[in-house]
Design a protein around this ligand. Structure first.
Ligand code: PLP
Length: 416
């Protein structure tokens, strides 16, 4: 199927000059945060007045007597297409991201991402970040070409490189991930979208780490926002979910929905309810986790055993200025530490922490640590001295003390 290149509407664009106008920005932020808090509640169940949407587990719906596929009075036909609880959480996500098009939820972030990529159609040319979520990068390298999607990787923080690729005709679509996992590089969404628009390319932004609390990519010109809702959106490490929110109800949105309908990765009704529940505390969690992550980053910034702290909230970070302009209210709960002692010290630190759990994933209430190069394997572009930290909701002093103790143990400065 040949889909037209997406064009971001002018009305969705945020003027950079307006973004630096302090008083107006703060007022807008406060207003949108208040609205978003209300939206994230998910509303009441109209039929019963229950303060939560109901769960309906039905896999199919009684027809209206016509014998055809017209469906039940609700308009629903079959559980692989839609579900009331799923639609409720989609509406919450659509409003949180400010989408004028639809939102669709999936059974994982990967299935959401791949539906969006396949919806681009055979012949599409994707420009993707050279460092990004590794499993999706691996799919782009190994699987995407089999679907007629060609992929070029570039440093998305280098706008001249992006401009070169787009001008050379290497991109009908651009994948952005910001902050980018696990170096937390910052891509200037508005600038990349402007470059894309000038050449008729569309932009899909993985905003898993920023969440709509900190960044709203559609307002900066993106065509689609993608989330691993497994992470901050749900926030409790008990659901696998993904989401796409579209700037417009266009051919790309319709094709992504068709993909979900035919291949089947709809979010289950029970998981939709859990995701809705997680969203109710999204703003409080993300703000608190961002504050703790900043304190941890500041604490270790000049530590004798730490080579570098990667966190966009530090003024020394290369992406700090862009992050400060496009992120509101914090820089996320994710950071990485590079240890002077190299891979072996980093691995020993993971084994020695007591509050931080050595496990993959991110965005939950519990703090997680992992040696990322071990997880990603020998082809990983991630430095092997790097520890990825997902800051949870434990008291920040406890988190800092635990890391200090584990680093001292791993470097032989203390014995237990
Ligand atoms: N995008 C990012 C930034 C991620 O960190 C992940 C998972 O870690 C994904 C996408 C994939 O999401 P899921 O694990 O829900 O399939």
């Amino acid at each position: 199927m040949d889909l037209p290149a997406c064009k971001a509407p002018q009305t969705n664009l945020v003027n950079k000059a307006e973004m630096t106008d302090e008083p107006e920005t703060h007022a807008e932020t406060a207003q949108s945060a208040a609205e978003a808090f209300a939206v994230a509640g998910g509303g009441h169940d109209a039929a019963t007045g229950a303060v939560l949407p109901s769960i309906n587990l039905a896999a199919t719906f009684a027809r209206n007597g016509s014998g055809d596929n017209a469906g039940a009075p609700s308009g629903m036909v079959y559980g692989r297409d839609e579900n009331a609880g799923v639609m409720a959480v989609e509406e919450t996500l659509r409003r949180l991201e400010g989408g004028e098009g639809p939102a669709y939820v999936f059974s994982s972030g990967m299935s959401a991402a791949i539906a969006a990529l396949l919806a681009l159609g055979p012949g599409a040319k994707l420009l993707a970040p050279d460092v990004m979520y590794w499993a999706l990068r691996s799919w782009l390298v190994h699987d995407a070409p089999r679907h007629g999607l060609s992929v070029t990787f570039a440093d998305m923080t280098d706008l001249e490189a992006v401009q070169r690729h787009v001008a050379d005709g290497n991109a009908t679509a651009i994948w952005v991930e910001t902050p980018g996992n696990p170096l937390w590089n910052i891509t200037d969404i508005a600038e990349v979208c402007a470059l894309a628009r000038a050449h008729g390319a569309c932009v899909i932004c993985d905003s898993t780490v920023a969440t709509p609390v900190l960044t709203r990519p559609l307002a900066l010109g993106a065509d689609v926002v993608m989330h691993s809702a497994t992470k901050y959106l749900n926030g409790h490490s008990d659901v696998l979910a993904g989401a796409l929110v579209f700037a417009r109800d266009d051919a790309l949105a319709r094709e992504a929905r068709r993909m979900r309908q035919t291949t089947g990765p709809l979010l289950s009704p029970f998981d939709a309810m859990l995701l809705q529940r997680g969203l109710r505390t999204l703003h409080v969690r993300v703000r608190a986790q961002s504050q703790s992550a900043l304190k941890i980053a500041e604490h270790f910034a000049n530590h004798s055993d730490v080579e570098a702290v990667l966190y966009p909230g530090l003024p020394s970070a290369p992406g700090h200025a862009v992050a400060s302009a496009q992120m509101t209210g914090g820089y996320s709960g994710m950071l990485s530490l590079r240890l002077r002692g190299g891979a072996s010290t980093a691995i020993r630190v993971c084994a020695a922490t007591r509050v931080w759990t050595d496990a993959t994933s991110l965005g939950g209430t519990e703090s997680l640590i992992e040696h990322r190069a071990s997880v990603e394997g020998p082809t990983s572009p991630v430095p092997d001295d790097l520890l990825r930290l997902s800051t949870g909701l434990e008291p920040v002093d406890l988190l800092i003390d635990d890391l200090e103790r584990a680093i001292a143990f791993a470097t032989g400065k203390r014995s237990g």
